[in-house]
Each structure stands twice: as structure tokens, then as C-alpha cells.
Design a protein around this ligand. Structure first.
Ligand code: GLN
Length: 214
């Protein structure tokens, strides 16, 4: 059973730990660098990316996490976690830092302030069966993917884009990507009982144990 850490400085840590256990992993919180050494994979939860960036630096965790990610540690970032994995953040704060683990541009709070939260069904590449019920909470979307980034899911339809999001059509926006050992979703699979995204990530961690992930 792989041990997977959940970065536990801020955000919806407990839900991710529960979902990872449901997906067959052992889940542990990660609050200090020494705890990082024990994990075969890492989840960066949703929350607030500006706060997370700040806390990572205050707790001297930014560089240790970046080092493990650069060395190929499998990682899954949801929502704020997706922002933390990007190499370019739009509508971020000037002092906000991200790990640059995935060559992609994400826009924070992209769906507009009038639609803080919404749910929609999406198809996710590599996840079989029924469409996935995706919950978006002040979510980012992906505006550019670089080389080697696989688009796993897009939003279909523009219904939720109203208010100040209306000028930026949401239909077709990228909301899940994979690049090597990195997985990122705009939405929050940990808040629904469907464990398939976490199962997919646990599968990535198992695969990395067996050899290099391409
Ligand atoms: N809007 C948040 C941010 O910019 C992300 C929201 C979330 O993680 N639910 O970090």
C-alpha cells in the first residue's frame, strides 16, 4: 500500500486523506520537510494559493517540496493545488510563488466571482465509466499547456459563466491535465464520494514505484 502525503498547511486536507484511503492508499499529513521523505506521492489540496504560497515559505517547506517534485515525486494538485503546480499564474498576487512542475498557464478565480461554485458532469480521459460530477469552487482554469502536457478534461457548455465571468467563455476550458508524474484538476474530487480520480492518482504512484513514469 503506497503512503501518500497531503500537504497540510491549509485547505481541505481531511477530505483528501479520506479519499486517498478510499482509493487504497495510506494517507499522512505533511507539515514539515522530514515528513516528506516518508511519502511516495503528494497531494496539494484546494484552499487559497496565495496563503499556501506564504505558509510554504514561512514553514521552510517550499524548497523541500520543489526539490522532491523536480526529482519526479508523483503529485496531484486540486484547485489551489493546481495553481501551485503551474509555471505561470494569471490574476495571482505579485508575491505568489508556484512550483512550476507543469508547463501550463492557469488563471485564478477564472469562472468569475458571480459563479463562485458550480457543479457539472465532465468526461475525464483515462477514467472509465460514467461522467464525473465535478465540483468547482472559485476554480482556476488552464489557458496554455506546454509540451508534454496531456489534457484530460474540459468543461462542456457555458451555462455557469455569468456575471463578471461572462466575457471569458467557459465552454471548452481545460480543467484537468497530466504531465508525467503530475496530475492537476480545477475541481475538487475529494468532496464527492466518487473516488475514481484518487484511484487514478494512486495508480500513478504505484506505477512510479515500479519504474520511471514517462
Ligand atoms: N481561488 C483559490 C486560489 O486562488 C482556489 C480555490 C480553491 O482551492 N477552492 O487559490
Amino acid at each position: 500500500v503506497p503512503t501518500i502525503g497531503v500537504l497540510a498547511l491549509q485547505g481541505d486536507v481531511v477530505d483528501h486523506m479520506r479519499a486517498l484511503e478510499a482509493a487504497g492508499a495510506r494517507a499522512v499529513p505533511v507539515r514539515r520537510a522530514s515528513e516528506l521523505d516518508a511519502v511516495a506521492g503528494l497531494v496539494i489540496p484546494g484552499g487559497e494559493s496565495t496563503t499556501m504560497s506564504k505558509l510554504l515559505q514561512i514553514f521552510d517547506l517550499f524548497e523541500p517540496v520543489k526539490k522532491r517534485l523536480d526529482a519526479g515525486l508523483p503529485v496531484f494538485g486540486s484547485c489551489a493545488g493546481m495553481i501551485m503546480l503551474a509555471d505561470e499564474v494569471l490574476d495571482g498576487r505579485p508575491d505568489q510563488r508556484s512550483f512550476g512542475a507543469i508547463p501550463m498557464t492557469v488563471r485564478r478565480n477564472a469562472f468569475g466571482r458571480q459563479v463562485d461554485s458550480f457543479e457539472t458532469e465532465i468526461a475525464i480521459d483515462g477514467i472509465a465509466g460514467d461522467p464525473f460530477r465535478a465540483v468547482f469552487i472559485r476554480a482556476p482554469w488552464v489557458e496554455r499547456v506546454g509540451e508534454g502536457v496531456q489534457v484530460l478534461a474540459r468543461v462542456v457548455g457555458g451555462g455557469a459563466a455569468s456575471g463578471d465571468g461572462a466575457g471569458r467563455e467557459q465552454d471548452g476550458r481545460i480543467v484537468a491535465v497530466r504531465a508525467g508524474a503530475c496530475l492537476a484538476t480545477s475541481f475538487h474530487p475529494e468532496v464527492t464520494p466518487d473516488a475514481r480520480v484518487h484511484e487514478y492518482f494512486v495508480g500513478m504512484v504505484r506505477g512510479a514505484d515500479a519504474g520511471p513514469v514517462e
